[in-house]
Design a protein around this ligand. Structure first.
Ligand SMILES: [Zn+2]
Length: 76
């Protein structure tokens, strides 16, 4: 995949992460959604090893692209 920002070929890899949420607001303590916010990429604390979220990183401009469609969200 070429970077949509600068055109450089992106590097395939994984976001290795624990509990995670993309949200329109900042979470101060927990990463649980409160029912009013829009959220995506909601992942609970992993049991054995970090979560592995397939993604691409641009080696030039350092942007990371994640297809979050396979993860919990409330956009539907
Ligand atoms: Zn780039």
């Amino acid at each position: 995949m070429d970077c949509p920002f600068c055109g450089t070929e992106m590097i395939h890899g994984y976001l290795n992460c624990g509990n995670t949420i993309w949200s329109e607001r900042k979470h101060r303590i927990s990463t649980l959604p409160d029912g009013k916010e829009k959220f995506a990429l909601h992942l609970e604390v992993p049991v054995l090893s970090p979560n592995h979220v397939e993604s691409y990183c641009c080696p030039k401009c350092k942007k990371i692209i994640i297809d979050s469609s396979d993860y919990e969200n409330n956009f539907d």
